[in-house]
Design a protein around this ligand. Sequence first.
Ligand code: DGL
Length: 258
Amino acid sequence: MYNDQPIGIFDSGIGGTSIWREIHQLLPNEKTIYLADSKNAPYGQKSKQEIIALSMKNTDFLLKMNCKLIVVACNTATTNAIQELREKYDIPFIGIEPAIKPAANNSRTQTIGILATKGTLNSELFNKTTEMFQDTKIIEQVGYGLVQLIENGQINSPEMTQLLQSYLTPMIEANIDYLVLGCSHYPYLIPQIKKILPPHIHIIDSGEAVAKQTQNILRDKVGFSSETKKTPIFYTNTNPKVLSEILGGNYLVEEIDF
Ligand code: DGL
């Protein structure tokens, strides 16, 4: 079974490109359409109802582009809206959730840290997940300000270092041995985070798992593309400069109103 329609991917901004990268690497023959709703970022401080409405707006756009499957490349949108998306639309959705399970299962100190948005940490879905790991101490920290700095192109700024230090120091002191990055923007901070954390602390995110899950759904339900090597398409509703830069200037980014 083949299906040549594109895969749609959306995020509140540029962070979901960390997920797009994993998908594109694993499935290079698939055509991908990436939608960055940067005008409305950050989603992390918005209400559940607002996050649902924005996720539906993004989905409507990607469905108009004839997507065969949608990857919600945003932990905040997944944990707050994926159930409503699945109820409303007749298309497979793949979401991204913080990788609590592998961190808790492998932790030797039985203490792990998670850095995510307020929307993710307060969500019912996230709290249901953490309840399953009662034996592990989970230190939750909202990454206030991090998404805004990334969206402004200030990944390597002194403000970023300062914020990261203030969020990670209490986790180091609490003896975590795993740090879960629970926001798709945060993998872009790994070089800075590594400078702060001692080397024995593992950093994990969910990008690779999402790409594998996409591959499974294509194989079992939707169908792979029959053609080879497709050029990805990137859309943003703000100035395309930062998105283009984070992609290494290798792809065309189109600014559109949506
Ligand atoms: N990148 C998103 C996430 O994974 C959302 C960040 C935000 O817009 O607050 O949570």
